[in-house]
Write a new protein. Structure first.
Length: 309
């Protein structure tokens, strides 16, 4: 029997009395209730900003280290799929290397099939995956679970923490096993869902918001954004190649045709910008390496060199 909770319920899987008889409501009423629950879910992320800040700063420190650690996403069911979707966007958007990314979804990441519900209980499989991947002190592991009690996700995070990785829990339940397993806990209490147990609804929205905030803040902190421009984006199609040329043009102060020519000559946006700023072709790679791959730092060195007596 599903527990009936009052309107102040603090568990997303409880059933709220105000939604009783939902299947008899008019479609417009259903949509209004769903919209309201989504709005509450987004609002629930605001109190979590300080926790996201601490987790992001910790991740930036680990991932910026010379050891070149990995960013690892772990989850089961719909939470695992949301985590995986955030992960796979990091390469196209920020140029995050595939070798520095790992995705652990209970039962495997298979979009046509969807998540495997039974695999959520596979705690041994979660621990084994963390060991087999060789997680260690240079890695950052995100565990996502609405209830914070997914055995697979808790096991991944617990094993990763034991091996020295920085671990972060994203959940809706304070005091849950996942919270206790992690170094950092990001908690968004979205309350009872419109449809009891439907954690892909409000809880899923909060998870997606938190994942967006966390990963974007980390990528900015790692120098993969210049101003508010995606300097590391991968130009995989005509639209993105045009966008990349526009980014180079904006930073270097040239027109799009000149930027496109520089991209063709240098191969990527950062090198194209430095070439357009007058850095000799033979010096670009060494300059970027000395700046840790950070375009802003590299440009600062170029300007400092020009102003030197």
């Amino acid at each position: 029997m599903i527990p009936i909770a009052n309107d102040s319920a603090r568990t997303s899987e409880d059933a709220a009395r105000r939604f009783a008889g939902l299947d008899t409501w008019r479609t417009g009423e259903v949509l209004e209730a769903l919209w309201a629950s989504q709005s509450r879910a987004v609002a629930a992320c605001l109190p979590a900003l300080p926790a996201i800040l601490r987790a992001a700063d910790g991740a930036i420190e680990r991932l910026a280290a010379p050891s070149r650690g990995r960013l690892v996403y772990a989850g089961a069911g719909s939470a695992g799929m949301l985590a995986a979707l955030d992960a796979v966007e990091l390469g196209p958007t920020f140029g995050w290397p595939a070798a520095r990314l790992a995705i652990f979804v209970a039962g495997g990441f298979d979009l046509p099939r969807g998540p495997d519900p039974a695999a959520e209980d596979d705690a041994a499989g979660g621990s084994a995956r963390a060991r087999e991947t060789g997680l260690g002190a240079s890695d950052v592991v995100l565990g996502v679970s609405a209830s914070g009690s997914s055995p697979y996700t808790v096991a991944v995070v617990g094993e990763a923490r034991a091996r020295g990785a920085l671990t972060i829990a994203i959940t809706g339940c304070a005091g849950s096993p996942l919270v206790h397993a992690a170094d950092h806990a990001v908690i968004a209490d979205t309350g009872a869902e419109v449809i009891a147990g439907g954690t892909r609804l409000g809880a899923g929205t909060a998870q997606k918001v938190i994942l967006n905030l966390f990963s974007t803040a980390v990528m900015i902190g790692l120098g993969r954004v210049f101003d508010n421009l995606m300097i590391e984006m991968q130009p995989a199609n005509a639209k993105l190649r045009q966008r990349q040329a526009g980014i180079v043009a904006a930073i270097a102060g040239v027109d799009a045709a000149i930027a496109a020519d520089a991209l063709a000559r240098h191969g990527d946006a950062k090198r194209a910008v430095l070439g357009l700023m007058g850095v000799a072709d033979n010096d670009i790679d060494a300059l970027l390496a000395s700046a840790g791959g950070n375009l802003r730092a590299a440009l600062g060195r170029v300007r400092a060199g020009r102003s030197a007596p």
